[in-house]
Design a protein around this ligand. Structure first.
Ligand code: UDP
Length: 257
């Protein structure tokens, strides 16, 4: 990877300078981390799977008019993206109670929420990504009210798209996290979905068995993380490395019902 200048290295990805101005190369590592980096392992092949799954989701979002930073996949571990100014927020959308929501509010895991809930966390590892309100976001200038509106409507569109897509392959979308960025096109700026969407950043449960098919397998020492991610890729119809996902729809999961 010495051919390109490294711009930023995060826990699961590296950003390199892109081939043209305004582009970057996003490299997916095999590192799995949880609990603000206290738990860290290398899971061989995870980066390849997340690259493919995220490519699949982002290219479909582009196609249906949900703007993203994604341009195209380059190889097994890299994708070409547009350079954006990352809004320092983790935007979480929840459909079913789980994780920190269950813990904080005492709502049993698995309970369907009365409506989808959007939460904001300030992206700051030193502080452990604390939850913040719109008041904090606007007071500290992380995003203005119009940008918060744009981020919330993007988050809802992503939730609607992902919920339906995963339901079609027998997976329940419990919750997920997105990051957004400001994309400058001349004088115009618009908010787009950035970063990645993968089983690292979603809770995905098998609709029949409720089996976890996401990073909770790692967080909770359940094992089978790679197998679960592979199964998500397989159900989405993107398992074969030599086949372009374009044109291939989700694979219908047959049930007895
Ligand atoms: N999430 C994430 N990165 C984070 C924190 C959360 O991708 O730094 C995702 C997580 O995978 C889940 C959703 O956001 O799909 C909600 O996570 P939660 O707040 O329940 O936190 P956790 O239980 O993961 O600490």
């Amino acid at each position: 990877m010495s051919r390109r200048r490294r711009i930023y290295e995060g826990k699961a990805k590296i950003l390199y300078e892109g081939p043209e101005p305004g582009t970057l190369v996003q490299f997916f590592k095999d590192d799995a981390t949880a609990f603000n980096n206290q738990k860290h392992e290398v899971v061989e092949g995870k980066g390849v799977l997340n690259n493919r799954i995220s490519e699949f989701l982002f290219s479909h979002m582009n196609r249906i008019g949900i703007p993203t930073h994604f341009i195209r996949r380059i190889n097994m571990r890299e994708q070409l993206i547009r350079e954006v100014e990352i809004v320092p927020l983790e935007v979480v959308v929840r459909n079913i109670a789980a994780g920190s929501l269950s813990k904080r509010l005492g709502i049993p895991e698995g309970e369907v929420l009365p409506r989808s809930i959007i939460e904001f966390y300030y992206k700051n590892d030193g502080l452990g990504d604390p939850m913040v309100s719109e008041e904090h976001i606007t007071a500290f200038g992380w995003a203005n009210p119009q940008e918060i509106d744009d981020i919330m409507s993007l988050a809802i569109r992503v939730n609607d798209f992902l919920t339906g897509l995963f339901l079609g392959v027998g997976i329940q979308l419990v919750d997920f996290k997105i990051e957004c960025g400001r994309l400058w096109e001349g004088e115009m700026m618009r908010i787009v979905v950035a970063d990645e969407i993968s089983p690292d950043s979603c809770r995905l449960w098998d609709i029949e068995t409720n089996e976890k098919m996401d990073k909770d397998r790692f967080r909770r020492d359940m094992g089978g993380m790679l197998e679960a991610y592979s199964e998500v890729a397989r159900r989405l119809g993107i398992m074969n490395e030599n086949e372009a996902p374009r044109g291939k729809g989700p694979v219908l999961v047959k049930t007895d019902k």
